[in-house]
Design a protein around this ligand. Structure first.
Ligand code: ASP
Length: 345
């Protein structure tokens, strides 16, 4: 492709964007990258160089595991100095998890890393994949008046909107606007022009060097609170020897039942060195365990607050922090403050 002053690395990992119908089963399955490139001749018109890399194997994003995030992180680190920006084609199902994970793994990132994909395969007449890919590349190659990248952070581009990656969540399996960012404004919106929300975009610090974190600890799980959740089951879960940390998904501003049957096993888990991070089942708003008695009692058991974290950001942040070589108290402090804009300050 064209050899101009800007260069973008396009990484294909799979997802609907590159899928075709298997003639035997009738099911959608991923195809190779050439298939995508052949469908978008427009890519050859960009006045920047676009190189491509394909993951092996390409997958439906439901197959993605933390090991994949580490490989992706290494891939970006390896090519970091050779490119001005990175665009990752990824299935939508776990895109918000991957975007969140990368935001934590790629510390002090100073270049755009944009994830995108589509709801309809690229070979389909009404596909949303073309616009998503073309605009993502344009944004990844854009610079400000000082020649610095416009969006030097991990983001998700979908259906005319650019979101901070670790604030994003998939909310629709049907409509083209598949993602939302309930607790953080859009980074950019595309129409006739691209409007950048410069106050919301992380500022570049060109003097900082990229540092890749290469360890995630997956000994974690979610516990969703619901009316009827059996104390016996909580007790059994909190005694699983390999479990090191839990994300408790509570009601509203971080509230849960106050009965001793419910709270005692949680206290046992924390007293035995476990970490419990409280996030809300509500998409918008924040956990505040000082607002209601029901939240405050959780705090008294040693549960810590995850403020307005999405589940995807909470999970990947927990895996990252658990994997660090620091004390449990330090881990708890780190979990409660923003590392890269994933939660309110
Ligand atoms: N199942 C697909 C995936 O996540 C869905 C998509 O890409 O939209 O890979």
């Amino acid at each position: 492709m064209k050899q101009q002053d800007k260069s973008i690395l396009l990484i294909y990992t799979g997802g609907t964007i590159g899928m075709v119908n298997d003639p035997v089963t009738g099911l959608l399955k991923p195809l190779d990258f050439d298939h995508i490139l052949n469908q978008i001749p427009e890519l050859y018109q960009f006045d920047c160089r676009i190189d491509t890399l394909t993951f092996d194997p390409v997958v439906d994003s439901s197959e993605i595991q933390p090991d994949f995030w580490l490989r992706l992180g290494h891939m970006i680190e390896e090519h970091y100095h050779a490119y001005d920006g990175f665009v990752i084609l990824h299935g939508t199902d776990t895109m918000a998890y991957t975007a969140s994970a990368l935001s934590f793994l790629l510390q002090d990132l100073q270049k755009p890393v944009i994830l995108t994909g589509s709801q309809l395969p690229i070979g389909t007449l009404r596909t949303d994949g073309k616009e998503n890919l073309i605009s993502a590349i344009e944004i990844a190659a854009s610079v400000d008046e000082n020649g610095q990248p416009m969006v030097p952070e991990v983001s998700v581009y979908f259906e005319y909107k650019l979101f901070r990656g670790n604030r994003t969540t998939k909310f629709s399996a049907e409509t083209f606007n598949a993602f939302v960012s309930p607790n953080y404004p859009l980074l950019a919106e595309t129409g006739v022009h691209i409007h950048y929300n410069r106050n919301a975009i992380r500022k570049a610090s060109p003097e900082k060097k990229l540092k890749l974190i290469s360890r995630l600890d997956t000994r974690v799980m979610f516990l969703k609170v619901f009316p009827g959740l059996s104390p016996r089951i909580i007790e059994e879960i909190t005694r699983i020897p390999s479990l090191k940390a839990m994300i408790i998904e509570t009601y509203g501003a971080g509230n849960a039942p106050t009965s001793p049957d419910f709270l005692s096993p949680l206290k046992y888990f924390v007293d035995s060195g476990g970490i419990i991070l409280n996030i809300s089942q509500c998409r918008a708003g924040s956990v505040d365990m000082d607002q209601y008695e029901t939240g405050h009692r959780l705090k008294e058991t040693g549960v810590i607050g995850g403020k307005d974290l999405t589940s995807e950001a909470a999970l990947t942040k927990l895996m990252l922090v658990l994997g660090l070589d620091i004390s449990t108290e330090e881990k708890k402090l780190l979990l409660q403050k923003s590392i890269c804009g994933e939660m309110r300050e």
